[in-house]
Design a protein around this ligand. Structure first.
Ligand SMILES: Nc1ncnc2c1ncn2[C@@H]1O[C@H](COP(=O)(O)OP(=O)(O)OP(=O)(O)O)[C@@H](O)[C@H]1O
Length: 323
């Protein structure tokens, strides 16, 4: 029998329930990650990247309601028992967050942090510490034995992010969720952390969902990319295809607004302000900022269709191919 796909999200809708804050956050998000594949999820602030990523671990905003299906190795996270979900978080899926300092207990030694999952799984203290040392070494921490006895404040941001990655690997995950893992780091450290993550993909055949607002970074390290706008996926295609030939005007605008790596220009951003799904007007949510919009774009919500292997939610996608 064929093994079920690693991650399969089908038509995920998330909304905050009745009350003053009632609003939709995600609409019809479908996304998959295969074993050994690195998949990018890209979009501006507020587009719903983090909510999508965290939902894979069953971590939805307080009180949120989700519909659709979200299967990890065939099991639906949305209907899973709490015990099974805990097991999945301990072994199976791990997550690395944007700000390492905000996601680690400052009062516990690094060794305790990395070994806690292994210990909970019945591994002896000695074996767990030995494994933790190896993991620290694999992410480029020199003198791992000494590092195990240190506290988080004794590390720089970049070194602490390496520790977080080592901790994420301790459960031998098949899927790593990385939510803007380099955004809080300086440029040189960013490059080092990216190279550690890409190295791991090759070594471990681990699937990775890489969340970032930086389309150029995603294109450099991912096999495929999903572009999000206002709680929806607006384009999905191979990283090479997307970089060479973005199909959705939003993707094209994101690429055009990113300075090339060899340029000294500051990032300009896509003109206009992004909207959240709750604020999105009727029709295409991007229409108000789109250079190619026509009156009908504000009337009809675009459904995703396929153009040369790219999945694009734009009413004008076929016409724009020839423009
Ligand atoms: N815990 C929460 N409670 C209420 N609303 C939330 C919560 N988390 C996210 N949201 C809302 O969901 C929408 C999507 O947020 P999300 O954090 O996923 O965006 P993002 O694309 O990851 O942006 P950023 O890059 O700024 O993190 C936003 O409108 C946000 O206000």
């Amino acid at each position: 029998m064929m093994a079920p796909p690693l991650l399969e999200m089908e038509d995920l809708n998330v909304r905050l329930p009745a009350g003053r804050a009632a609003r939709p956050i995600l609409a019809g998000v479908s996304l998959h990650v295969a074993r050994g594949e690195t998949v990018g999820l890209v979009g501006e602030s507020g587009s719903g990247k983090s909510v999508t990523c965290r939902s894979v671990l069953g971590l939805l905003p307080e009180g949120a309601e989700a519909t659709g299906s979200l299967r990890v190795e065939g099991d639906d996270v949305l209907t899973m028992s709490p015990a099974r979900l805990r097991e999945l978080r301990r072994r199976g899926i791990s997550m690395v967050f944007q700000d390492p300092r905000a996601s680690i207990n400052p009062l516990r030694r690094i060794g305790d942090f990395i070994t806690e999952g292994m210990r909970a799984g019945g591994v002896s203290r000695e074996a767990a510490l030995r494994r933790a040392g190896e993991l620290l070494e694999s992410v480029g921490i020199r003198d791992p034995r000494a590092a195990l006895r240190r506290y988080p404040h004794e590390f720089s941001g970049g070194m602490l992010q390496r520790v977080m990655i080592a901790g994420a690997l301790a459960g031998e995950p098949r899927l790593l969720l990385a939510d803007e893992p380099t955004t809080a780091l300086d440029v040189t450290t960013q490059a080092e952390v990216v190279s550690i993550l890409t190295g791991l993909r090759t070594e471990r055949a681990m699937g990775m969902l890489f969340v970032t607002h930086d389309l150029e970074l995603a294109a450099a390290i991912c096999d495929r990319i999903y572009v999000m706008y206002a709680g929806r996926i607006v384009e999905a295609q191979s990283a090479d295809g997307l970089f060479a030939r973005p199909r959705h005007p939003y993707t094209a605008a994101l690429l055009a607004s990113t300075p090339r790596l060899d340029s000294d220009l500051p990032p300009r951003g896509v003109p206009g302000r992004p909207v959240s799904l709750a604020e999105a007007p009727a029709g295409c949510a991007f229409a108000a900022r789109c250079a190619h919009a026509r009156p009908r774009c504000a009337e009809h919500e675009p459904v995703q269709r396929e153009v040369d292997g790219a999945h694009v939610a734009c009413l004008r996608v076929e016409e724009l191919v020839d423009e």
